[in-house]
Design a protein. Sequence first.
Length: 202
Amino acid sequence: MKKILSVLLALCMMLSLTAFASAEVAAADIKIGMICIGDENEGYSANHINGLVKACEELGISKDQITFKYNTPETEDTYAWGGTPVDKTVTEKPDEWTFTLIESINPNVLKTVYGDTNVTVDDAKKTISVKATSGLAESAVYVIDMQLKGGALKRVVIPNGALGEVGEIVYKDDEPIGYEITVAAMDDGSGTTHYEYIQLPA
């Protein structure tokens, strides 16, 4: 239900932006808010975030004028007789990470995409054989390291990650071959789906 409402809100927002533009309201005076089920690392939310940012740029509205609220869970209210809300239950709070692996001949990358048992490396012949199957990849631990602005280092650990989606593989002369994957961070048994560690610069 929330996803349908998100689409309707996005459409209303676009109509509002068009109305503002036609009324000659200064772009710098416009403020926009967006509530997301996930964040920019999760495919469904990322598509909406990128679409909104692009639409705003075309209207001269900067990303700094947009306020995002990330990882908003799906909830369901329980009502007492008479209509008074007495409880709220979280029904959905996805934690998904989308990124592209560009080391296309790295056996570890290929095993991540196709599964360990579907990739065979023959060191003697210097060959790699890959089988594309319909089976689901096994859950695995994912560690994502990144360098932030200002020299800070960030590590994300997904102890129980399930490969949920593999994007279209594009072969073009002017682009590196990459595997866009979406990893769903699942409960590790303690109620936690991922951990983040940040090392601030000295």
